[in-house]
Write a new protein. Sequence first.
Length: 321
Amino acid sequence: MNIGYHASHEQFSPSHLLELVGKAEKAGFNMVLSSDHFHPWSEKQGHSGFAWTWLGAAMQATSMEYGIVNAPGQRYHPAIMAQAVATLLELYPGRFWMAAGSGQALNENITGDRWPSKEERNTRLHESVEMMRELWKGKKVSFKGSVQVENAKLYTKPLDTPTVYGAALTESTAIWLAEWADGLITISRPLDELKKMVQAFSLNGGKGKPLALKMQISYANTKEKALEGAWDQWRNNIFPSSLLSELNTPDQFDELGQSVRKEDIAHHVLAASDAGTFIDAIKSYSDMGFSRIIIHNVNKWQEDFISFFGEEILPNLKEHE
């Protein structure tokens, strides 16, 4: 079981995040995940640095493994993504993996192109990942489909082939990507729902493939403060993915979030002040088969969270292993 720290580019500046991942490594985290977004989820969050530039700096400054959630095909041509990944893996062999998803209009629709349907985005995603895999093998690639490429070849190849997790928020997406993705990444939710997601993936071609989980929590010295912090920063993110993928601007997300109550957040973010609550939840996810668990403390108090986990959580989890 690998426990990671989620570096939230939407909530913190790149320079602050660089400091935070250094603290996370010293605290005992062994992995970092971030999302590759152009916009934040809310005007209040106020940041959205370029994740790929930051990755080079963060991987040089620390020795941890890094992953990123990316949507190739519209904002980025997959050949350019393949080149970016290959460069990172030449610099830092064995320390990078990626998760590929169909994306949200909030980030991808800045190109001004038509925003495709979910079915079209899925086709584009699969074709993009297959194109990247061929390029990582050193092949010359030409392809005309949802995305097009002509005589592309990587001359700086990765020293090892990266793991590509498929990002899924629904059982139907988990079923679809089970046959071609190297693994599954999803977000925390009630255990019965998560179990159905894992089963859907495993029974349709994903058996034996690695599972990763982004666990959304809010830690503070009281549960009430933790819930307040989660509501302040993350209330725009609790709606179904079919809705969240179609909104175009942070303003639209803020308008949607106005109806969310603090008690609504409690069903989507684990807000607590005691170590036992977090340890029990992480152990439950591990027992379900998740080998990479990335903790996203959704509130603003990152230094307190990192210190708390380093002292109270991570040592107990090593004993569990």
